[in-house]
Design a protein around this ligand. Structure first.
Ligand SMILES: NC(=O)CC[C@H](N)C(=O)O
Length: 363
């Protein structure tokens, strides 16, 4: 069945439909990872987005049990050059097409994804509609123009109720803004006693759980759309050690008096070089973000930049000057991508340990 993608600027791509037969509207973005399509399509940070992959062959190792980053993918559509209909891998349990059908997500294949990526790079991420090729382009374009993008993505993907993932180590409250399971897995690996809480859990409720540390997860959308989380972070700052990833990093910056802005086309891929300003070392990182912390806005705050992106110089890591709190814009849990930055979870363990020791000394 033929389907077409119409961009906000009127560009039309006609290709082969796969996955669910749905019409959908969202923001069109690209990801440059060469593998890891299962993790990408199940990353809740893509809520509301139509994602195209620059790697040309997608689906060849199928879908397995282990690599989901969420149970219900929030992605709006998956756009690829060539969809492999034969999946071959010992872990394979279904094809990409079957998964997308079950989850109600439409796919589009056989389009020039290089052209699509170049348009986004040149003009920035833009809205798009994916529909049957038979639909009238003018009518669909008009519908696209009058449909605003939703701004409640975090509410859509955050857990509704708190749940525990027990361990014998540090108690960590993990604020779920659209958490990738990889983050929970990293905490579990370190035997943390994790309690995952909804995005709008109050500071008071979090205190009652008596955590040794707070983890701020990744998540979709604009950090300014979750003001209640910013207030919660403000209130807990300095009391409890804190580690934030991606949306968590942006919310931390806003809570500390900084500002964020929407990037032209963002960073999405598995090979983004990031420089640690203290050691001068460069790590390859996994990234997925469309907003960034504005470095200039940090003057006068009590946070400092610890890491920057090599490609465009944007802020990639922050640290509080007075309190035990640090954050990164990239994904130390990888899922998918390089694991160079996995040590940051160990740094978080160390931070909690140091704070505990200080508390005992003062007791
Ligand atoms: N992966 C994330 O947490 C993304 C953060 C935010 N939604 C952005 O696009 O910048």
């Amino acid at each position: 069945m033929k389907r077409k993608l119409i961009l906000d600027d009127g560009t039309v791509f006609i290709g082969e439909g796969f996955g669910a037969n749905e019409e959908t509207i969202g923001e069109v973005v690209f990801n440059t990872s060469m593998t890891g399509y299962q993790e990408i399509l199940s990353d809740p940070s893509y809520c509301g987005q139509l994602v195209t992959l620059t790697y040309p062959l997608v689906g060849n190792y199928g879908i397995n049990r282990d690599d989901f980053e969420s149970i219900t993918p929030a992605i709006k559509a998956f756009i690829v050059r060539e969809e492999a209909d034969f999946a071959s891998n010992w872990r394979n349990e279904s094809t990409l097409d079957e998964l997308l059908k079950v989850k109600g997500i439409p796919g589009l294949a056989e389009i020039d994804t290089r052209k699509l990526t170049r348009i986004i790079r040149k003009h920035g991420a833009m809205k798009g509609i994916l529909c049957s090729a038979e639909m009238d382009t003018e009518e669909m374009l008009e519908k696209l123009h009058r449909t605003p993008l939703r701004r409640d993505q975090v509410e859509q993907v955050s857990t509704q109720t708190a749940y525990a993932s027990p361990g014998r180590g540090f108690r960590v409250v993990l604020m779920d803004f659209g958490m990738k399971h990889g983050i929970l897995r990293e905490l579990n690996k370190r035997d943390c006693d994790v309690i995952v809480v909804p995005y709008d859990t109050s500071a008071e409720e979090i205190r009652r759980l008596q955590p040794d540390g707070i983890m701020l997860s990744n998540g979709p959308g604009d950090p300014k759309d979750v003001p209640q989380a910013i207030e919660t972070i403000k209130s807990l700052l300095g009391e409890i050690p804190l580690f934030g990833i991606c949306l968590g990093h942006q919310l931390f910056a806003l809570a500390c008096g900084g500002d964020s802005f929407k990037m032209k086309f963002g960073h999405r891929g598995g090979n983004h070089p990031v420089k640690d300003l203290k050691t001068g070392k460069v790590a390859l990182t996994s990234q997925n973000h469309g907003y960034s912390v504005d470095e200039k806005s940090l003057a006068g705050t009590r946070i400092e930049v610890t890491h920057i992106a090599i490609n465009d110089g944007t802020v990639e890591g922050l640290k509080h000057l007075d309190y035990p709190a640090f954050t990164v814009q990239y994904h130390p849990e990888a899922s998918p991508g390089p694991e160079d930055s996995n040590y940051l979870f160990d740094d978080f363990m160390k931070l909690m340990e140091d704070e505990k020791r200080k508390e005992l000394q003062h007791a």
